[in-house]
Design a binder for this molecule. Sequence first.
Ligand SMILES: *[C@@H]1O[C@H](CO)[C@@H](O)[C@H](O)[C@H]1NC(C)=O
Ligand SMILES: *[C@@H]1O[C@H](CO)[C@@H](O)[C@H](O)[C@H]1NC(C)=O
Ligand SMILES: *[C@@H]1O[C@H](CO)[C@@H](O)[C@H](O)[C@H]1NC(C)=O
Ligand SMILES: *[C@@H]1O[C@H](CO)[C@@H](O)[C@H](O)[C@H]1NC(C)=O
Ligand SMILES: *[C@@H]1O[C@H](CO)[C@@H](O)[C@H](O)[C@H]1NC(C)=O
Ligand SMILES: *[C@@H]1O[C@H](CO)[C@@H](O)[C@H](O)[C@H]1NC(C)=O
Ligand SMILES: *[C@@H]1O[C@H](CO)[C@@H](O)[C@H](O)[C@H]1NC(C)=O
Ligand SMILES: *[C@@H]1O[C@H](CO)[C@@H](O)[C@H](O)[C@H]1NC(C)=O
Length: 344
Amino acid sequence: MRSDELLYLVTTISLISVHVAAECTRFSTNGSTAGNYDFYRFYDFRNIQSSSNNIPAVAEPKGQSEVFSAAPWRSGWDARSWFRPASKAQNLDMQYTPTEIFISNSTEPSREFSTYLTLHTTRLANGTQLAAELDYSEHNVTYASIRMLGRVRGASGAVAGFFIYHNDTTESDIEILTKDPSTRVHFSNQPTTEPDNDTPIPGSTFNESLATHQSTSAWNVYRLDWVPGRSAWYLNGAQLANTEVNVPDTATMVIMSLWSNGGNFSGQMNTGDEAWFDVKWVELLFNTTTTPDTRGGGRVCSADSPSGPPIPGVESYASPRPGSRITRACFWWLIGMVSILIVQ
Ligand SMILES: *[C@@H]1O[C@H](CO)[C@@H](O)[C@H](O)[C@H]1NC(C)=O
Ligand SMILES: *[C@@H]1O[C@H](CO)[C@@H](O)[C@H](O)[C@H]1NC(C)=O
Ligand SMILES: *[C@@H]1O[C@H](CO)[C@@H](O)[C@H](O)[C@H]1NC(C)=O
Ligand SMILES: *[C@@H]1O[C@H](CO)[C@@H](O)[C@H](O)[C@H]1NC(C)=O
Ligand SMILES: *[C@@H]1O[C@H](CO)[C@@H](O)[C@H](O)[C@H]1NC(C)=O
Ligand SMILES: *[C@@H]1O[C@H](CO)[C@@H](O)[C@H](O)[C@H]1NC(C)=O
Ligand SMILES: *[C@@H]1O[C@H](CO)[C@@H](O)[C@H](O)[C@H]1NC(C)=O
Ligand SMILES: *[C@@H]1O[C@H](CO)[C@@H](O)[C@H](O)[C@H]1NC(C)=O
C-alpha cells in the first residue's frame, strides 16, 4: 500500500470511530443479565490534578454518555455529612464526613495512574467511628449495571460497600469486609434475614471466594447487574453469583461507602484503627424513571466489547480489560505509522 493510501485509511478509520461513538444512545452489557441502558457514565480518578480539584468537572456529552476525570464531589457524587447514632447498646455512633473522602497520590510506579479515590474510616478515642459515603446524584435509577475498579485494605472491622439503595429492604449490595479473609466478597439483596425471627432467607446473600491468587486488597473489577427480576454479581468479568430473590423493583440510588458500626456484621475496630477503600474508576450504565428523548435514531454501543467501550476516551481507561491494551497498542501503532509517513 502506498503511504498516502495508508494515511487516507488511517484518517478514515479515525473519523468513522469518532462518528460512531457520537451516535451512541443505548449501551449494552454482556453476561446472563445482558441488557440495554439509556445512560453511560465513566468516572476516572486515576490522573486527577490537585489544581483541578476546585474546578467543577465539565463533561463532553456524546449521545447519552459522559466521561469525567475529576474528583467525585466535582462530578455528580455527594459526599455525605451524617451523624448516625448507635442503634444498639453494643454498637458505635458513626459520623459520616466528607473529610474521610479524598484523592490519594499513588506511590506505585505506574505510567497508567498517579492518583485514586480513597474512602477512609477510623475509630476515634471518644468511641465515635468516622465513616465515608458518596451518593450518586441521580436518585431515580431503575435498573443498572454498576462497576468499579477497587481495593480494600486496613484493620478488621470495616465494610466497603458499592450498592444500589432505596430503603433497608430494597437494596442490592457488593460488600467487602476487612474482618473476612482477603479472598472473600459478599453479595446480597436485602433483607437477608426474616424481619420477625432473623432466620436467613435462602438465595438472598452470597459469601463468595475470589479466584485463586486474587485478593480484595489488590485491584479488581466488581460489577453488580440489576435487571427486572434478577441480580447478578461479577468479578473481573466472570459471574460469581446471581439470584431472583429480593430483587429491587423500584427507583434506587447508587452509593459507595466505608463504615463500621461495631456490630456483628462489620465487627469492631480498636481505637485508632483505620481502613481504606481505594477506587481507580467507576462505570455506570443505567435507566432512570425519565426516559431520554432518542428521537432521531441512534445506536446501541457495547460497554463490554473486547476492545473496550466505544465511548471517546474510555477505551484507554477501562483496564484491566485485556482488550483495552490491544486498542491502545493499535492506537499507538497508528500514531507511529502516521509519524513515519509524515517524516518520509
Ligand atoms: C432500559 O430502558 C430501555 C428503554 O428506554 C429498555 O429498552 C431497556 O430494556 C431498559 N433496560 C433494562 C435493563 O431494563
Ligand atoms: C497529592 O499531591 C499533591 C501535590 O502534587 C498535593 O497537593 C496533595 O495534597 C497530595 N494529596 C494527598 C492526599 O496527599
Ligand atoms: C467524638 O469526636 C468527634 C470528632 O471530634 C465528634 O464529632 C463527636 O461528636 C465526638 N463524639 C462524642 C460521643 O463525644
Ligand atoms: C426523582 O424523580 C422525581 C419524580 O419522579 C423528581 O421529583 C426528583 O427530582 C428526582 N430526583 C432526582 C435526584 O433525580
Ligand atoms: C421499602 O420500599 C418499598 C417500595 O417502596 C416498600 O414496599 C417497603 O415497605 C419499604 N420498606 C421499608 C422497610 O420501609
Ligand atoms: C465468609 O466465608 C469465609 C470462609 O468460609 C469465612 O471465614 C467468613 O467468616 C465468612 N464471612 C461472613 C461474614 O460470614
Ligand atoms: C451479635 O450476635 C450475638 C449472638 O449471636 C447476639 O446476642 C447480639 O445481639 C448480636 N449483636 C448485634 C449488635 O446484633
Ligand atoms: C464481558 O466482556 C468482557 C470484555 O470483553 C469480558 O472480559 C468478560 O469476560 C465478559 N463477561 C461475560 C460474563 O461474558
